[in-house]
Every structure is written in structure tokens, then in C-alpha cells.
Write a protein that binds this ligand. Sequence first.
Ligand code: PDD
Length: 288
Amino acid sequence: MARIAYVNGNYRPISEAAINVEDRGFQFSDGIYEVCFVVDGRLWDAPGHFRRWRYSLAELKMRSPMGERAMRVVINRLLRVNRLSTALVYMQATRGVAPRNHAFPAEAIAPSFVVTANPFDFAAAEGVAQKGVGVTTAPDIRWARVDIKTISLLPNVLAKDAARRQNAVEAWLHKDGLVTEGAASNAWIIDQNGSLITHPLGGGILGGITRERTLACAAALGLHVEERPFTLEEAFKAREAFITAATMLVMPVISIDGKPVGTGTPGPVATALRRAYIDQCRAENSNS
Ligand code: PDD
């Protein structure tokens, strides 16, 4: 069955779904996106993802292509036509179509809106989590507004590619010796005292929605949390490490630049947080 995408009001096979060549997303990366995890037809952490969607649009002075309720209708229909119940949903809005000019038109133009859904194998992901993943490190060469979830991701793409070449799944970005976040995830360590450490909000990272719930799970588990930047040196000496993102939930990290973290296996804290995260989302979604 051909995969179906939603593009500006139409549900089309991916190969036929098209965007105007003068779309500002295509020419300037002038747009934003969200990725949501869907289990049994339910969007996990939906309020957070919609809140950040609105924030990103506002920061770029963009109009939303439609309201949240209408977006949910599109997502549900897209899942239905693709016969998906556990999936990753990608939504992207760009400023719209206009003759190429860096400055965008003064009068509002209609934003472009695209949604795709890809199957997600939860059992396989659980298998990966049981083994853990490796990360590499790379200088953080991104712009200063990484708090906005823009589609402008070239430094992230290059860092991920370098990681993949070293058989790692993620790159941890660092600036002035401090780890900011992953190329597509937030970065966490547990130090030798058992403190959970992750970069604070307020500059330098994207405020991950998975990060938010992981902090709540950590509080519920009674963990000591420090929201502060940590050094590369601290990362190499950590007892445990993990990353969080909608695409991976809480994923244990077992090596950094090929060097084992702690015992080189998924640690108990990361494993407990992943369990707590999944249990909490499942419980919320079965109650609603
Ligand atoms: N990326 N930091 C960056 C730079 C990210 O791109 C992401 C997510 C996160 C984690 O955010 P969240 O927990 O809300 O998924 C942090 C998505 C998954 C992506 O680009 O595919």
C-alpha cells in the first residue's frame, strides 16, 4: 500500500505529494516542525508538542496553518488511511509560497502544511533500549535560537552523519567544553554520586517535551536532579548516560566516542526512567 501524506488540504501518495518550488521552507528553511510518538492511535505528550508548535510559530512570526483540533483531525485521518496505530507523526509548517526574497512578504501569506506518518516498531525499539546505544561528540556550531524547532537543521544533519559513520546513533554537541544536547535529542548523565544532570532551558538547547516528562518521572522516583550544563569530562566519567526524544523516549547511552559509559551496559536509572516514562504515558492515554 502506498504511503499517504497530507499536503495543504490533500491526502496523496507520497510520490505524488508536492510542494511549490517557491515555498519558503524549500528555499530558506523558513518553517517549523514537530515529531510526535503515537501508540495505539494516541499522541503521547500531545499538549507539550502543540504548545511548542505554537511557540515556534510565534517566535518566527508565522501563522498556524490551522488550529489544534483541526490538526488532530488531520493526524487521525492520516493514521487511518495509512492503517497505522503505532507511528511517528511528522508535521511541518512553512511560511508559504512567495517569489524568492530573503525578507518575507509584509502581508501574511498562507502557510504550507505537511503531515506524514511512519510506522514505528515498538518491540524493536525496546530491544535497542535493552542493549543501549553509542554517541559521538561534535562541536555545536548551530545558531543562537535552537529553542525554536525550525526545519533548519544542517549542523544537526552533519553531526548525525559523522556519528553514523562511527556506528553511533547520536552526536552530543558541545560548546566551550560543555555538552548542550544531542543533534536530535536531549543529553543526560548520572554522575558518580547518583545525581541526574542535564542542560537547563533558557538558551543552548531545544526544550524537549520528552525531557519535560522525564524530569517529572525523575522527581517521582526521588532522584536528585541538577539542571546545569555538564562538561565533556564529566560525561566521560559518568556512571550512566541517556538521551531523550519523541523518537527514542528514554534511551540508555553505553558509549561516548567509543569509550564505555560506566559498565558499558544500560544503567539502572536510565532503565527505570524509561519504564516510568512508558508506564505514565500508557496510563494517561488509557484513561483519556
Ligand atoms: N528531535 N533537541 C533537539 C535538537 C531535537 O531535535 C529534539 C527532537 C530534541 C528532543 O525533543 P522532544 O523530546 O520534544 O522530541 C532535543 C526530533 C525527534 C527530530 O528532529 O526528529
